[in-house]
Design a protein around this ligand. Structure first.
Ligand SMILES: Nc1ncnc2c1ncn2[C@@H]1O[C@H](COP(=O)(O)OP(=O)(O)OP(=O)(O)O)[C@@H](O)[C@H]1O
Ligand SMILES: [Mg+2]
Length: 547
């Protein structure tokens, strides 16, 4: 058999040139029948190019070489795809641990050089990272442990303690009350399995504007009295600075028919029937500010697994509120400090929140300008999400780690290098089928790593150790206990304390109708952003201009 004549020197040369050259090489490598030695040269050169000034180890190649990728690539957006049990979460843990190890420096006053936010609707990855961080805490010198613990924030809740959150607290001065209220109402309505009419959604939106202006928590007794007790409502409404909201509540009977407000109250009652929700969202923002640490942590671990105690929709709602927080705060983050938002089971989160889909996908470039990347982890992108969304995610991803997969494997096919003789000789269609079969049967931990502009390389993920054994404790439960005691405890509030704080607020505002004056907005001019994508786009432009 004869090989077409290929200018390997030229290819290797271009491989080392920018994106354009690399694309061309990937293209040629794909189509060409590559002599074994030259193919190895392409692999080696790819490995060298992926490596960089700040390499992060993510796996080993088939020839036992290390697969290291520069952190600037990895903290841009990526996709981790593969069937259940294929090794996605372990890969993610390995990546996070490497990033923390490589980029964090406890001796530096500004803390870690990387920010990680995990949103896990499934609990397992949260739990693994919790074990890993407890193990890290144990390995850290005693005098540095407090410093380490203060850099980790935990979002979790059980029956006995909760991480408080305040969806109706203001987020900076560049986010208007109306904009924030709309996002919150959208998240609540879309996550809910119950149906909301337009009128109910609008009622929630207006209530949200009131809560944000007054800096009140979500509270059933307050809302019930607001809707049903006219003198009380007048008292509250007259103190409102926003004329739209004031007029709306002064004339509530006309603006929100009784039937609608009652239906809204019923839904709220169901939501707040769960103590975890009532306690975590019920503490007034002003009290929370005094209760929680002020320091901005570099690692935020969020467990949004509903486990047995919450309906999944409430857990997803909370996860989506958190994603809103992260996106709204993104423009004010330090763009020189890389940040990664890790979305485990991304389709589960996205399919319930159309308002977030756009900024999470198409505005990825803008997020990049503020130094932030998003990693989507999914068992099955192609079937779980609409085709145009999948396309947007793929277009915006700088890298993909493809584990055992069926349909999704197609995403990586065009970038694979054909090294084995029988495959190289096959016609395209047969090769495609053979590849699909290989990908369906890929062993655990095996994956193809594809960074845009480079050929995809097969590799095996790093071994994620048994954290209990390697840190010399008797069980994982012991590590969990250490984590909860030394790290999570800073961010959680016992349910009994939450209940007391909420009762105190109710006694003051609901029972005695002592209404504090409206909190002034954070100063500065109000913006005109009406969507999240708007806001991010605008802020992105500012950053780009500043560059
Ligand atoms: N890097 C690794 N190191 C050690 N064990 C691994 C690794 N990757 C996978 N495994 C083994 O495979 C199992 C499944 O891995 P993992 O939980 O990462 O899969 P997954 O793709 O996240 O699955 P799911 O879709 O169900 O969440 C693990 O419980 C572990 O036993
Ligand atoms: Mg997993």
């Amino acid at each position: 058999m004869t090989f077409p004549k290929i200018d390997w020197n030229g290819i290797l040369f271009r491989l080392l040139q920018g994106e354009h050259g690399r694309r061309a090489v990937a293209e040629e490598a794909k189509n060409a029948a590559i002599p074994g030695q030259a193919a190895q040269a392409v692999i080696d050169s790819t490995l060298r190019s992926l490596d960089g000034p700040s390499p992060i180890l993510i796996g080993t190649t088939d020839t036992s070489k290390t697969l290291s990728v520069d952190s600037s690539t990895l903290v841009a957006s990526g996709l981790v795809v593969g069937a259940t049990g294929a090794g996605k979460s372990r890969f993610l843990i390995g990546l996070v641990l490497q990033l923390i190890e490589r980029l964090s420096d406890l001796s530096r006053p500004d803390g870690s050089g990387v920010e990680i936010e995990l949103v896990d609707p499934k609990y397992e990855t949260y739990d693994l990272l919790r074990l890993a961080l407890a193990a890290l805490w144990l390995r850290t010198d005693a005098w540095k442990r407090d410093e380490l613990a203060s850099r980790i924030r935990v979002i979790d809740w059980t029956r006995d303690w909760i991480t408080p959150s305040a969806p109706f607290a203001r987020i900076g001065s560049d986010v208007s009350d109306a904009f924030l209220a709309r996002l919150r109402a959208d998240v609540i309505v879309q996550a809910s399995p119950q149906s909301y009419t337009d009128a109910m959604r609008h009622g929630y939106f207006m209530l949200g504007r009131l809560l944000i202006e007054k800096q009140f928590p979500l509270n059933l007794r307050f809302t019930t009295k607001l809707f049903r007790d006219e003198p009380f409502r007048k008292r509250i409404a007259q103190g409102l600075a926003d004329p739209d909201v004031r007029e709306y509540f002064l004339d509530l009977d006309r603006n929100l028919p009784r039937q609608t407000s009652e239906a809204l109250l019923r839904r709220m009652q169901e939501d707040l029937a769960f103590p975890e929700i009532r306690y975590s969202e019920g503490i007034p923002p002003s009290v929370l500010r005094k209760l929680l640490p002020r320091a901005a942590p570099s690692i935020v671990l969020g467990n949004y697994g509903s486990r047995m105690s919450l309906p999944p929709s409430k857990a997803i709602e909370r996860a989506n509120h958190r994603i809103v927080d992260v996106l709204l705060k993104a423009p004010r983050r330090n763009p020189h400090r890389p940040g990664l938002l890790l979305l485990e089971e991304s389709p589960v989160l996205l399919s319930r929140s159309s308002e977030l889909v756009d900024p999470l996908t198409t505005a990825t470039r803008t997020l990049r300008s503020v130094g932030m990347g998003i990693v989507h982890v999914a068992q099955d992108f192609s079937n779980a999400l609409p085709a145009d969304l999948v396309r947007a995610l793929v277009l915006n991803a700088r890298w993909t780690a493809m584990f055992r997969a069926r349909e999704d494997a197609e995403l990586i096919y065009p970038h694979v290098l054909w090294l084995e003789e029988p495959l190289r000789a096959m016609p395209e269609s047969a090769r495609r089928r053979a590849f699909a079969k290989t990908m369906e049967g890929l062993p655990q931990r095996r994956f193809y790593f594809h960074a845009k502009g480079f050929p995809a390389l097969p590799a095996t993920s790093l071994t994620v150790r048994d954290f209990a054994r390697s840190s010399g404790v008797s069980s994982e439960d012991e590590l969990r206990e250490i984590f909860n005691r030394e790290i999570a405890s800073r961010w959680v509030v016992p349910s009994s304390l939450a209940a007391r704080l909420i009762a105190e607020w109710e006694a003051e505002v609901v029972d005695r109708a002592e209404v504090p004056p409206s909190a002034p907005p954070g100063g500065g001019k109000r913006n005109s952003h009406r969507t999240l994508a708007d806001l991010l786009k605008d802020l992105g432009r500012d950053t780009e201009r500043a560059e």
